[in-house]
Design a protein around this ligand. Structure first.
Ligand code: ASP
Length: 317
């Protein structure tokens, strides 16, 4: 058994591990873990602590995937809803669909009795407005919000500080491999922007026969490359986890135009071996891992893509 979580997963990884130890199905372990991350205000990228879009509204994306059935549930651009991972799980469990967006997703949250709340912390609101104010002309400010937002998106984006996601991957005691993701996306994003966290094959993918991958940071790139699917398909073709990651890194690095930023790929193979790779993020990337043998979750450092590509990284045992 293993649970792998990104840097922001610390409030929930212990709970996810406990559920796995009690024999829970992977998704029944990951969803309660992610709910704790969503509720933690110190996590500034997901749920309560997240940042709003250009209009000052929170919009959340989330997903869950069961690698045994290859079925998933996802929600995107959901307003007023903290527990979006629970909502995504309900889409998987109860609907004949795989994804709901915006108002439709919120309507389903009402049917499930999930709390409705703007979830914008006073501090986030102040930072949101201060930053917006700094890039607006006097005319734009007087007209706001009835002004074109597109020019502001370009001016304001500072990806290293305003993005992140929580991703969890696990292999449970029945060998199900699952993923779950949750995010408020880029801060100051254009309203309606959807990232990779609810997009299968981009921000997440799981197949219990081969492994799983989930990504954080620049969703615009993993959506163009289908990064999570590349990793899992390569595993299916009999390629090792590190070589599967080398292929996914190469595809990301081949992108030359459009928005280019950092990506972090978290990956597991069917044996429960894992690797987390920092592809072009300036800051040091850490992640959390728990295994049954290890007992408590440990924080570790991701390897650099360059080191993996040049063979500097010790092989997985
Ligand atoms: N990948 C997320 C998105 O593009 C954000 C992040 O993880 O930083 O919405």
């Amino acid at each position: 058994m293993i649970v792998l979580g990104n840097s922001e997963s610390w409030p929930g990884i212990g709970t996810a591990a406990e559920h796995l130890q009690n024999g829970a199905h992977g998704l029944d372990a990951l969803v309660p873990g992610l709910s704790l991350v969503e509720a933690e205000t110190k996590v500034r990228s997901v749920g309560y602590g997240g940042w709003p879009n250009l209009l000052g509204d929170m919009e959340f994306d989330a997903s869950v995937m069961d690698g045994t059935t290859r079925d998933y549930g996802a929600v995107a651009g959901v307003p007023m809803t903290l527990e979006v991972t629970r909502l995504a799980k309900a889409v998987l469990d109860n609907l004949p669909h795989t994804m709901l967006v915006g108002e439709g997703a919120r309507r389903y949250a009402d049917e499930l009795g999930l709390a409705k709340d703007p979830f914008l912390l006073e501090h986030s609101k102040k930072v949101w407005w201060r930053k917006l104010e700094a890039v607006m002309t006097l005319e734009q400010k007087a007209a706001f919000p009835n002004t074109d937002l597109a020019p502001l998106t370009k001016a304001i984006t500072d990806p290293e500080k305003v993005r992140d996601t929580t991703v969890f991957l696990c292999k449970d005691s029945h060998n199900n491999i699952c993923t779950a993701t949750s995010t408020s996306g880029w801060a100051w994003k254009y309203p309606g922007r959807v990232g990779d966290s609810p997009i299968p094959g981009a921000g997440f993918y799981a197949d219990s026969r081969y492994g799983a991958a989930a990504c954080t940071h620049t969703g615009e790139m993993t959506m163009r490359c289908g990064t999570a699917r590349t990793v899992v398909l390569a595993l299916r073709l009999g390629i090792s986890l590190d070589d599967a990651l080398r292929l996914a890194i190469t595809e990301l690095q081949e992108l030359e135009s459009g928005y280019i930023g950092g990506v972090v790929i978290h990956a597991l193979d069917a044996m429960g071996k894992h690797r987390v790779v920092n592809v072009g993020c300036d800051e040091e990337i850490v992640y959390w891992v728990w295994t049954a043998e290890q007992g408590t979750p440990e924080k570790r450092r991701a390897v650099l893509a360059e080191d993996l590509l040049s063979g500097k990284v010790e092989a997985l045992s």
